[in-house]
Design a protein around this ligand. Structure first.
Ligand SMILES: Nc1ncnc2c1ncn2[C@@H]1O[C@H](COP(=O)(O)OP(=O)(O)OP(=O)(O)O)[C@@H](O)[C@H]1O
Length: 308
């Protein structure tokens, strides 16, 4: 098994304070790996370093065995990056933009057209070739962002909070696409949404205060994490009886006329089922969050364990 990503004793400080400290990580397979942490934990710093956007204060990053410090150009050829805010040029058409990205990647001239077509096909944007990016919805712009990240067929695709700001329908589609991309690439995805990591990832790395506090398989992580309720805000909420019909729901509690907490039996897919039911039955779901207090408890619990 070849190592796709290796991070060795990575530390970075912007001024006097360390943003990340002594991070080690090795990924050897395809699939989606989640980088989970609360706001300010150090996720973006780590991702910017491993994509070669930021030089680390200490430590090394190897992509497919190539040192980012010593051979940055060669290492970057093996990486696709979707930053938190996709770097799309809104005055270009989808084709113009993806062609430009392929040129930036220094792909051979003769291979660019085919690569653009394949990336569009993969991301479900083939029918938008001549559409100006500014005339695309947020969900489709995100797909263009993902297409630029895979256009040169990198082994590692890094996505910084890729579902941020998407509405519930776009969220389902974006997650489906990310899962598909994980079938033949290694995807490192950052998120502060526990449920998202549960739905997409086979492995999870959790950082807090700039340090890795957990790194293992999703199954091992599930032993720690047992969220049992989800908070919903809907414009047109159904009755308690309707919500109790969702498979997995064990109790329903209205907090106000539009806010409701649904308890469930540990089955993480319940959020997908709630979103689907909301779309089908017109509940006009505006927010869906796994019990935030619980997630904070998990961070705290893992932080304490890592210090022991
Ligand atoms: N350019 C910068 N200059 C100084 N400090 C910074 C800079 N960027 C980030 N930091 C600090 O470094 C720490 C880690 O930030 P980072 O953005 O990597 O966290 P994050 O996990 O990505 O958070 P978020 O989810 O909010 O994006 C934070 O304390 C942050 O305030």
């Amino acid at each position: 098994m070849s190592t796709i990503l290796k991070i060795e004793r990575l530390s970075h400080r912007y001024s006097s304070a360390w943003a990340i400290r002594d991070i080690n990580l090795e990924i050897t397979e395809t699939g989606v790996v989640g980088l989970l942490g609360s706001n300010g934990a150090g996720k973006s710093t780590t991702m910017n370093i491993l994509c070669g956007v930021l030089n680390p204060t200490e430590g090394n990053v190897y992509i497919n065995g190539i040192s980012m410090r010593e051979h940055p150009e060669a290492a970057k050829r093996e990486i696709g990056f979707l930053p938190q805010y996709p770097p799309v040029y809104t005055d270009l058409t989808v084709d113009e933009y993806l062609t430009y990205c392929a040129q930036l990647r220094r792909m051979e001239k003769g291979s660019i057209r085919k690569a653009v077509e394949e990336a569009k096909e993969r991301c479900g944007i083939g029918h938008f070739s001549s559409r100006l990016i500014k005339n695309l919805s947020g969900g489709y712009r995100q797909r263009v962002g993902i297409a630029q990240a895979i256009i040169h067929k990198p082994r590692l695709v890094v996505m910084d909070e890729p579902t941020n700001g998407l509405d519930p329908n776009q969220l389902i589609e974006a997650r489906k696409l990310i899962r598909e991309i994980g079938q033949d690439h290694t995807v490192l995805l950052s998120s502060h949404i526990l449920n998202e990591v549960h739905l997409l990832c086979r492995e999870v790395v959790m950082i807090e205060g700039g340090r890795v506090i957990f790194s293992d398989t999703m199954d091992a992580f599930n032993n720690y994490v047992q969220p049992h309720s989800v908070l919903l805000r809907m414009e047109n909420p159904p009755s308690v009886a309707e919500l109790m019909k969702i498979p997995g729901a064990t109790k329903v509690e209205f907090l106000s006329d539009r806010q409701v907490r649904v308890y469930f039996d540990g089955d993480q897919d319940i959020t997908e089922r709630i979103i689907t039911a909301s779309v089908q039955q017109g509940w006009r779901l505006r927010e869906i969050n796994l019990d935030k207090g619980l997630l904070d408890d998990i961070f705290k619990q893992l932080s304490i364990q890592s210090l022991q």
